[in-house]
Design a protein. Structure first.
Length: 257
């Protein structure tokens, strides 16, 4: 028998999901998957077809007899943006809790672009990639929904602006999972020296209040300069989305203060 995940870090991409996962993995009550942080079962058509036993096979053997009890989880940051992933999670794991990390969507977009370029998945300049995004993503979400066997390369790798429209993604997650099963973390507020907000996370997961000694900064990319004019244009482009996010969360996100 395998452990079922207690938590899933569902997104957002390039928002310190690996940092949080590695810090949680240090907790004495957390047993991470054997191979990778991200299983990408609920967002990958070929893997999802393999069924629940394939998914659970990535997790440790059940240790229900151990005291204090252990939990496990994974982190696949495409889940939040994928149009079917959250509903699939809710259907197969009705008790799992989601963690969603957010950061400045302007910085997130540029960080994602650098990652996709490094992986060989992007060959346009950042400005040209932003101009091409609308055409690349046109009808892709609808096709994923109508044909669950379809895997969209551009939806996963070229959604620099769309993935930063957090409010619409969170509204979908809240409506499917219920707000009480989705913890939203502002990464820049959370990952500060001393980790003063860490107990809220351990309380949410039902584990002891142990906390890491230091903040882990994982997968950081060299900070190339983004042209100020492009940054200002993106900031304006996200204005309405950030207003919607503020209303949804009940507070102003760190990047708008």
């Amino acid at each position: 028998m395998r452990m079922k995940p207690t938590f899933i870090i569902a997104g957002a991409q390039r928002c310190a999901t690996t940092s949080i996962f590695r810090m949680l993995a240090q907790h004495p009550q957390v047993q991470p998957p054997a191979l990778n942080k991200g299983i990408h079962y609920f967002d990958t058509a070929e893997r999802f077809r393999r069924g629940p036993n394939y998914y659970l096979g990535h997790f440790p053997l059940n240790t229900a007899y151990r005291r204090p009890p252990r939990i496990t989880g994974e982190g696949s940051p495409y889940y939040l943006f994928h149009p079917l992933a959250i509903s699939r999670i809710a259907a197969q794991l009705p008790e799992v809790k989601l963690l969603v990390l957010l950061r400045d969507p302007v910085e997130r977009a540029f960080s994602a672009y650098k990652q996709e370029t490094m992986r060989g998945f992007e060959d346009l300049t950042f400005e040209d990639a932003l101009k091409a995004e609308g055409g690349r993503l046109r009808h892709e979400e609808e096709r994923i929904v109508t044909d669950p066997d379809y895997q969209s390369f551009s939806h996963q790798h070229h959604a620099y602006v769309a993935r930063g429209r957090y409010a619409v993604q969170l509204e979908r997650a809240f409506s499917i999972m219920g707000r009480e099963r989705v913890m939203v973390i502002d990464a820049d507020d959370f990952l500060v020296p001393g980790l003063p907000h860490w107990p809220a996370l351990t309380d949410y997961l039902g584990i002891s209040p142990w906390r890491p000694a230091d903040v882990i900064r994982a997968n950081a990319r060299p900070s190339d300069a983004m042209p100020a004019s492009l940054k200002d244009r993106l900031r304006e482009q996200f204005q309405d989305d950030d207003v919607q996010l503020t209303k949804l969360l009940g507070h102003v996100p760190s990047w708008r203060r």
